[in-house]
Design a protein around this ligand. Sequence first.
Ligand code: FAD
Length: 323
Amino acid sequence: MGSILVVAEIQNGAIREASYELASVAQSLAGTSGREVKSLVMGSGIGALAEEFSKKGGGSVLVADDAALENYNVDAANAAVRAAVEAASADLILLSNTPSGWDVAPRLAAGLDAGFVGDCFRIDFDGGQFNFRRRVFNGKLDAHVSAIEGTIVATVQPGATPPFEGTTDGSTSDLSVGFEGVRAKFVETKKSDSTGVDLSKADIIVSGGRGVGAPEKFAEVIQPLADALGGAMGASRPVVDAGWLPHHYQVGSSGQVVQPKLYIAAGISGAIQHLVGMKSSNYIIAINKDPDAPIFEVANLGVVADLFDVVPALTEAVNGAKG
Ligand SMILES: Cc1cc2nc3c(=O)[nH]c(=O)nc-3n(C[C@H](O)[C@H](O)[C@H](O)COP(=O)(O)OP(=O)(O)OC[C@H]3O[C@@H](n4cnc5c(N)ncnc54)[C@H](O)[C@@H]3O)c2cc1C
């Protein structure tokens, strides 16, 4: 029998929250599939992080500690994961559905001649096989994908599972990786010159979606409510993709994951990729003119109306109440 291999990611000197979510998925699958959880922690000078991960759900951690892994490089990362798959005799390899996960996972699957399931929000083991669920058609349908045989590489949506809590017995061991085939070269890391509010720290967020209709409407309608409430403005991905707002406003699986006390979603349908970024908010108000919009499923208060009637009226009422 194979093992479950978690590929952990390091960001800003710490193991990413998404990797602890993978550990949680792997630990639960270990119970149902009878497999052992093994993990890969890769980087340079990462012994302490590997040790920490082994105690928090990572199980037997293979440590690829090499200067070649100091900065992200798809070829080097792929070489390390290939070595870990072999050392762990893994038949299920889990990566996060993050930019580096998207980069490595399909190459890994192709190189291993393995099956690939991307962007899962749930994995179960029953009937003697791994069963994956992923959203399709903008979250309108759930696809159930089963792995009938062979090795499977899967990426899991950040935010879809709670991170592993508690402590486990774990161990670390060095993994030797050959980097002969590495052709990609790290050049530099460029940080975006984001000047916006850090949404992850905002207590109140007022987000607008495609329903806001035009870039200037964010300044005219959404930002004034955020200002009145002393909060920050957010957005869904189509708003950012259209160039209406910069990426640091984006809430969701490929934007920021937020957990404010109050989240107001105006003109946002509630696709899973948006929901994973905001569904843990303490109180959610959704304003949408479509009564069947999925955002209402997570809303504490739903307003079926035109946002251009509701949001300015709300702004006026809040400003009026403040005197
Ligand atoms: C790999 C991947 C990653 C993704 N990452 C993200 C992410 O990080 N964040 C994210 O948001 N999305 C993400 N998406 C996109 C996601 O699937 C949806 O397409 C997106 O969230 C939809 O945005 P929206 O709700 O603004 O637009 P739509 O789905 O078009 O919804 C617009 C809504 O506005 C309502 N509306 C229109 N006019 C009004 C009005 N006047 N008053 C009130 N309501 C009105 C409509 O009824 C509708 O419900 C990702 C997709 C993929 C495939």
